[in-house]
Write a protein that binds this ligand. Sequence first.
Ligand code: NOJ
Ligand code: CA
Length: 680
Amino acid sequence: MHRLRLWFLLTLAWVLCGTAGAEPVAGVSSPGGTLTVTVSLNDEGRPGYAIVRRGRPVIAESRLGFLLTDAPKLERNFELTDSSTRSVDETWEQPWGERRYVRNKFNELRVRLREKSALHRRLEIVFRVYDDGVGFRYEFPDQSQLKQVNIADELTEFAVVEPATAWWIPAGEWNRYEYLYNRTPLAEVGQAHTPLTMRSADGLHVAIHEAALVDYSSMWLRRVAGQRLKASLSPSADGARVRRTAPFTTPWRTLQIADSAAGLYMSDLILNLNEPNALGDVSWVRPFKYVGIWWSLHLDTESWASGPKHGATTENAKLYIDFAAENGFRGVLVEGWNKGWDGDWFADGSAFSFTEPYSDFDLAAVAAYARERGVHLVGHHETSGFIAHYEDQLEDALDLYARLGIDSVKTGYVADAGGIKTRGADGAIRYEWHDGQVMSRHHIKVVTEAAKRQIMVNPHEPIKDTGLRRTYPNWVAREGARGMEYNAWGNPPNPPEHEANLVFTRMLGGPMDFTPGVLSLVGRGGQPIQSTIAKQLALYVVIYSPIQMAADLPENYAKYPGPFQFIRDVPVDWADTRVLNGEVGDFVTIARKDHDSEDWYLGSVTDENARRPRITLDFLDPRRSYSAQVYRDGDDADWKTNAHSIVIETRPAKHGDVWELALAPGGGQAIRFVAAAPTQ
Ligand code: NOJ
Ligand code: CA
């Protein structure tokens, strides 16, 4: 950019942020000029940054820096030694995802800082500025004055300017991420996980998160005053929350910024800030749908533990395999197949064997039975958070799966937050958090060991998703929020607004193994699920994952052959994605184009309120006509009184048509647009 213009923009941005005592020292605008980031040093030499969007301040001057456990903090007395900018505009292809091609277009600013005091330590900060958001990270250069970096906490702040409403879940609490979303004024947030999503009165949406969380501790957000949020790194039993050796980089701190909720979800910022695929040929990573011995366990009609209720028997697994083969599902998950579930498995995990099946489950025979029918078992490793015990067996466990042709594994870390068990150098047990540096390393270890054996990984009770699927495409999904299981035994179960919350919060991080499709609409003991049957179908489009479970029991699918057809048809890999409308926690409509055909699919879900969103079918190809297979709430549908009321009908559709979607309370709609050959 022309230097004079840049300087004018920076000064303007700075004046708008109304910052006293600090001087702008560098800055950069996004390629389309929408966002401008300014970096400053105040009279104590303390670095800060601010963000302006189209002339309007979004983030006021906010602090940057670190507290260290064994050295003076890295925060004051800095001078700018140098800054530089560069621009990138490239398009890359995803092996699987919400869209095939991703545009990565940004302007980058690198500032190099050095302490004026005796230590002369150096710190670099890199900002990547997109039209739909900003990512910045710290880089610790190689230097003898700060070789071993032991971080007590990060001082990064986000001082949000406009009063805003926030959607958030608590961090540092007993659960990991499985909370219902709070909707409060931003000024009432306590300590929150990211993504934290907010909206100001005039409709500006901002989501704070992070990208590429590698060998580092997760960033929580703690409100320190007014609307000022501060990074707080997930703790460690070790004192220092992060231990690294320079040179290294921190994860990216990210702000997605858009005019609408839809705009937040459409942003590819998180993926773009991750490193490209590190695994080489990943053609063996295949999106798939699966069924499994699972919902019955959560209903408590069968058990993980051995005994008369044991679900994972050879016979039962074969029934699921037959069902999968008949209906075109690639995968069959079998939970409770291995020794260790008897007694209080929640509390311990030391009894788990990841190689020995229970005596009523012939693993080799079941795997062979599946293979003969073109079905793949989905492996299961529940660790109860005892990762030292799991890591002892990891290679043997994955070797066993590889030998049997089991090419995906669902892992699990059921333990209260802070209850991950690892071993210290002295061999004694240490208790860690699910999202600390130890777990960031553990997950990458599992994912890379699995990749060596061409196995896909889907952790439950995971560390949060920061887009690492780009670097490790076999890391296909994870849980990390309240999923369907809460509708079996949750008190309370998921409310109707839950999924419209997830799309604009948790889902900004990446795919979720939510496990939709419970068409029976009842949990344990007959507790109603707060959804219509049409909404269960819509979730396959709305809650993205390259692996999707059809979570209900086969006998329940037999009762609903009409709606079940959509679950059989819906793809799990997409060429394109469009969010047509939506408001956080209220409703959302998403259209996605099949990766392997010209068909489009649409899902729309609402909260407890009936709605009639209007949509324009401008995503359809104007050269084709379509036959739309519509699965909509019946006129009398309501999750409370008539949850199974559904109309399944076929109607013609073409580019530009305007439709009104009638959504019942707790309802939804799913549509398959089947494309005809193009007209010349
Ligand atoms: C919690 C997981 O989310 C669930 O899917 C699984 O069935 C249990 N843990 C047991 O591993
Ligand atoms: Ca869970």
